[in-house]
Design a binder for this molecule. Sequence first.
Ligand code: UD1
Ligand code: CA
Length: 410
Amino acid sequence: MPSRPTAAIILAAGRSTRMVTDMPKVLHEVCGRPMLAYVVDACRAAGVQRIIAVVGYQKEQVIQAFANEPDIIWVEQTEQKGTGHAAMVCREALADFDGNVVVIAGDMPLLRSETLQLLVDTHKKQNCAVTLATAVLANPTGYGRIVRDEYGNLQGIVEESDCTDEQRRITEINPSYYCFDKGLLLSALDQLKPDNVKGEYYITDALHILVQQGHRVVAITAVKAEEAVGVNSRMQLADAGRIMQNRIQSNLMQNGVTIVDPPNTWIDIRAVIGQDSVIYPFSYIHGRVRIGKRCSIGPFAYLREGTVLEDDVVVGVFTELKNSTLGPGTRARHLSYIGDAHIGHRVNVGAGTIFSNFDGRQIQQAVVGDDVYIGNGAILVAPLAVSSGRQIAHGAVVRDGGPQNEGGAT
Ligand code: UD1
Ligand code: CA
């Protein structure tokens, strides 16, 4: 039997009062990417064929941020009347779809595609109406609690604000990973009522409705505590960032990168670092940065968007790079700013060298050839080209483009 396709509804319309922000919550970044990007990627990696994202509050900004991902179907929820209501507005986007529908919150950057995959597989194997993946947390405060009967069968999910004292002590929570049969999801949504403390339509009530109607509803305790973090506040944003940073660094270390002091190093999820490179403490690597093999970075290095380091490059203490390439074997060991420069092989960038890339009106580029020696404290004023093999005196101010006019060069 051919496998039924899977669609995903990602809930991302909320305004998030708890974040205290003018931005859409799902655009807040975790290790360099918006939260929503992680959720979208996890859905894709888990084999979801149709991705529907529900947007509302500042929807233009959200859609704009994903302009390069035209396969996402955007659905507007004009008024945020709850997670169940957000799923209801997707009816049309699912009209020509037959299969299973994953419903998932957009504020869960830590979810893993493996967990989603397990959810979908279990749902298919056990032929469920709805399958839910749960987590057990030492501190369940703020999450919906999983209520089971004495045999362990799922009864429903109760929001913290609707919990009895006894229910509040339940430590099994709803991280909001669900997989529904499409037809049963739509019929359950039709029956939702906003009869709770907040007066909202809750997607969680759809499970209770299906249980009541005798459908097969299965809850698997499959979500690790860290994957359950939903980001509702700046504190949780920081928690998610820390956990994601650990993942990024573990991944790099497994691939042969030495990180001398992990808690005091920050590396963007988009960075790529080659084997046997060493990252010394207090280094901050932000944006799409590519580092080759056997490089030495830091301590206290700041690598920004568009930095490319070929193999065997040394970037040392208090050195900042942006939108620049350093060729193999090039060294910038101390106190430099290198912006918008393309530097060749085996160049010595002396202590305190500054690439002066902004003339007050626009950003200018510098090109430096191979085997150039730049003395300490030189200022290279872009636009500028320095030909291979040249030496630049200590303290020189090098102006004007063209190798024929390297003021201060010796
Ligand atoms: C929700 C769950 C709760 C679960 C928790 C996990 C419900 C009722 N509760 O609570 O059981 O433990 O997630 O993190 O589902 N959204 C919309 N439209 C709306 C309302 C919300 O798109 O009208 C979006 C939000 O932008 C957010 C997501 O849905 O991305 C979840 O909403 P949120 O308010 O964060 O729900 P929680 O209170 O965290
Ligand atoms: Ca949430």
